[in-house]
Design a protein around this ligand. Structure first.
Ligand code: ACO
Length: 330
């Protein structure tokens, strides 16, 4: 069974409610129709009657709940919650109302925060920054977690590495600069993400251009420190580093460069030393190896919110909604 079919089967076992705030985009309606036909989630669309009538023309929206942000009986509850959460940042009821009406992503996050929905998927026509920021401001991190990061579940065809070609790559989406402490936390969250989505033990490689001290530079030292922190803070995570990519994946190279490592040669969860490497790395594998790249899926948030690529198809939205629903179950 392909990875995404497995995720869809899991989503159907406990139906969650996912908000799609991008009612200005036709792909949202095509995805909503497919999600309801497949029985993957309940869907809430945010939009005015005019927006829904114009952009949703021709789609069967039976079963979709539509929330009009200008005429919603729950709106005052969301404004109050927004002010409660952001008063220290100077947010007044007027500012909250205006922001929610201008940017439906804020409305969607508040619906989650107030318990009226289980997750949000957006980003088909908004940048990653604009998609993530409302979630960071309103939903915040899970207890005990300091930073939100983003991973891709990579499914590489005809690949003998990883878990039969399945990998988690992180952070590929959120933190432009990552310190050793944050890299260790990304690794622990990524291991959890791999195990919950793939259902196999995570083997985490902390990547660098150096293997076990073969090169010296400040950025190598950062990865070595991250490994030490991870071993201390997350002793149950199977993790090693610093490793070059070939040593992480290939048992023959691993035997030469990192003999005795439990991870080298068998890694399925790859932690990049920075966003540049992570973002470029996943796109290289996606384009050159024709891998499926599911994500970016956010990890560390108190409730599941996920971003879409602006080039996404309706089927991509369906897949990300299924993953979001499974995260909400967990
Ligand atoms: N984890 C937790 N909280 C965070 C994080 C984080 N990683 N980053 C910022 N925050 C919090 C801040 O503390 C702040 O909280 P506060 O308002 O309560 O004080 C709030 O989020 C807003 O933070 P800002 O720093 O004001 O927001 P910023 O404008 O920097 O946005 C963002 C943060 C959106 C994550 C930014 O770092 C960013 O744009 N990252 C890169 C995204 C990107 O372009 N990725 C690549 C494309 S993805 C792809 O290719 C598919």
């Amino acid at each position: 069974m392909a990875f995404i079919d497995d995720i869809k089967a899991k989503a159907k076992t406990d139906i969650k409610t996912i908000v799609l705030p991008e009612s200005m985009d036709k792909r949202t309606y095509e995805a909503a129709e497919k999600i309801l036909k497949e029985g993957l989630a309940k869907i809430i669309l945010i939009g005015t009657p005019e927006e829904i009538a114009e952009n949703g023309k021709g789609f069967d929206l039976t079963g979709v709940t539509v929330v009009d942000p200008f005429n919603d009986p729950n709106k005052q509850k969301y404004i109050d919650k927004f002010v409660e959460l952001r008063a220290k940042k100077g947010v007044t009821p007027e500012m909250a109302k205006e922001q929610m009406e201008k940017d439906y992503m804020y409305y969607a996050c508040l619906m989650c925060k107030c318990g009226d929905a289980d997750g949000v998927v957006s980003g088909a026509c908004h940048s990653t920054g604009n998609t993530i920021r409302p979630a960071l401001q309103l939903l915040k991190t899970k207890p005990g977690i300091s930073s939100v990061s983003g991973f891709f579940l990579m499914e590489v065809p005809n690949c003998e590495y990883g878990e039969h070609g399945l990998f988690v790559f992180a952070d590929c989406a959120v933190m432009p600069e990552v310190n050793a402490e944050q890299m260790a936390e990304v690794a622990a969250l990524a291991a959890e993400s791999f195990e919950s989505l793939v259902g196999a033990p995570a083997k985490v490689a902390m990547l660098s251009f150096s293997t076990k001290g073969s090169a010296k530079a400040d950025c190598v030292t950062k990865v070595q420190e991250a490994v030490a922190i991870a071993h201390e803070k997350y002793p149950n995570v199977t993790l090693d580093g610093e490793l070059q990519l070939d040593a992480a994946l290939d048992p023959t190279v691993a035997a030469l460069k990192a003999p005795g490592s439990e991870v080298a040669g068998h890694a399925n969860t790859l932690i990049f030393p920075g966003l540049e490497a992570g973002n470029i790395g996943y796109k290289l594998v996606q384009r050159l190896a024709k891998a499926e790249a599911y994500g970016p899926v956010l990890q560390g948030l108190a409730m599941p919110v996920n971003d879409l690529s602006r080039g996404c198809s309706a089927d991509d939205i369906v897949g990300v909604v299924a993953m979001t629903a499974v995260q909400a179950q967990g």
